[in-house]
Design a protein around this ligand. Structure first.
Ligand SMILES: Nc1ncnc2c1ncn2[C@@H]1O[C@H](COP(=O)(O)OP(=O)(O)OP(=O)(O)O)[C@@H](O)[C@H]1O
Ligand SMILES: [Mg+2]
Length: 263
């Protein structure tokens, strides 16, 4: 199993956010995570990449229980887990080439990592990853010269370059036009399939989820509402998943995530 959650719960700022989530993804499996805003999709992905630690329950990633591992082993596990974020954490003045190179920083010695930050050695492979997201010619540009959609694609190139065994993507196409969104979801599903990597992707578009994923996991109010092969998902289940909720409660003030802290 690449991912195994056994009654995993998470609270943030004192409020429960995920309730007893049980979920298993086999090696090479691909699943889409869908559900309304605030359902807990991002929170679930942050548990799956060990940015967050559960308050209760057991979880295993790539066959290991991350929170029982010594530091070195946890770092090594994290190198095998790649995440595409909705707004990738790109320092504004960083060059595109360095932003992609950061995908493999953890897999080198400190000295090699620092050298890589100044002048990446592996520019050919980095350019190949950027070419796959149609940004091959932007290698030497600064990240703050890119549009939101281009920055999102730099985040995707970074994870292509990292080549992780467990690939997580949190609304990776939210800033892309419909044609590019479809191309990009196809790119990520093809990439995962070709390397037998496991892919879990949250999507706001049910259409894209149904078109590209054999399995859909519906999350609502911090619970898994359904976890089904796409053929088995009914219109009624989708309507219930997205049905109007009680008026939005004010969002708690969130502590900044590591990549949103000012540099
Ligand atoms: N740092 C935080 N502190 C407190 N509550 C939080 C924090 N981050 C998220 N939450 C709450 O957890 C719940 C789930 O949020 P999450 O971001 O996981 O939802 P989501 O399904 O990804 O939504 P969206 O589709 O809008 O991205 C929400 O009620 C949210 O307000
Ligand atoms: Mg989210």
């Amino acid at each position: 199993m690449s991912l195994l959650f056994d009654r995993v719960s998470l609270s943030l700022g004192g409020s429960p956010v995920l309730h007893e989530i049980s979920l298993a993804l086999a090696d090479g499996e691909q699943a889409a995570l869908i559900g309304p805003s605030g359902a807990g999709k991002t929170s679930l992905l942050l548990l799956a990449n060990t940015v967050r630690r559960p308050n209760a329950g057991q979880l295993q990633l790539l066959g290991q229980a991350p929170w029982s591992l010594p530091g070195q082993a946890l770092r090594s596990l994290r190198r095998d887990i790649g995440t595409v974020y909705q707004s990738p954490p790109l320092p504004p003045r960083q060059r595109v080439v360095n932003a992609v190179a950061a995908g493999r920083l953890g897999s080198q010695s400190l000295a090699a990592s620092l050298a890589q930050l100044v002048l990446p050695r592996d520019t050919a492979a980095i350019e190949t990853a950027l070419t796959r997201v149609n940004l091959g010619e932007r290698l030497w540009e600064r990240c703050d010269q890119l549009s939101g959609g281009q920055r999102q694609r730099v985040g995707i190139a970074r994870v292509l370059y990292q080549a992780p065994r467990l690939l997580l993507a949190d609304e990776p196409v939210s800033a892309l036009d419909p044609r590019l969104a479809e191309q990009t979801v196809r790119l990520l599903t093809d990439e995962a399939r070709s390397r037998n990597a496991t892919l879990l992707m949250s999507l706001h578009s049910v259409e894209l989820a149904l078109a590209f994923f054999p399995r859909l996991i519906g999350v609502r109010q911090g619970r898994v509402m359904f976890d089904l092969p796409r053929e088995a998902v009914s219109e009624a289940q989708l309507a219930a998943l997205y049905a109007d909720e009680q008026p939005n409660e004010p969002r708690p003030i969130a502590e900044p995530l590591p990549w949103n802290r000012p540099c």
